[in-house]
Write a protein that binds this ligand. Structure first.
Ligand SMILES: [Zn+2]
Length: 117
């Protein structure tokens, strides 16, 4: 865990796939500190003491799913610029990178098909 010392008004920036999260120290007292958090709307910000371990894991899984979506969108842009092709898997529809004249199939479907033969 990264531990930082901040003076009142100083900010910390977190660069995420969802955007920049800004955390500022609003005020500080011997046993309490007030934090001001500015985050993109898709970022869930919640006090940890309000969630149990399962709820924390669920939020982490949702955030990871969003990150994968962003990565696929970025990958699609890069592929578009490079001239390579991204097509839906012929069995499940997930986007996959295709070699020229290849059959678009994701790794999961390819393994299942290989095991079925
Ligand atoms: Zn598939």
């Amino acid at each position: 865990m990264l531990c930082l010392t901040r003076k009142v008004g100083e900010r910390i920036l977190l660069f995420t796939t969802d955007g920049v999260i800004t955390i500022a120290l609003g005020s500080a007292h011997p046993k309490k500190a007030k934090l001001a958090i500015d985050a993109p709307k898709q970022v869930v910000v919640v006090r940890a003491d309000l969630l149990d371990e399962k709820a924390v894991q669920e939020q982490a899984d949702l955030a990871l799913a969003r990150a994968v979506d962003v990565d696929l969108a970025t990958l699609a842009k890069l592929l578009d610029r490079s001239g390579l092709d991204m097509s839906p898997c012929r069995l499940c529809g997930k986007p996959v990178i295709c070699i020229p004249d290849g059959i678009p199939m994701c790794v999961t479907c390819a393994k299942q098909e290989a095991e079925g033969q």
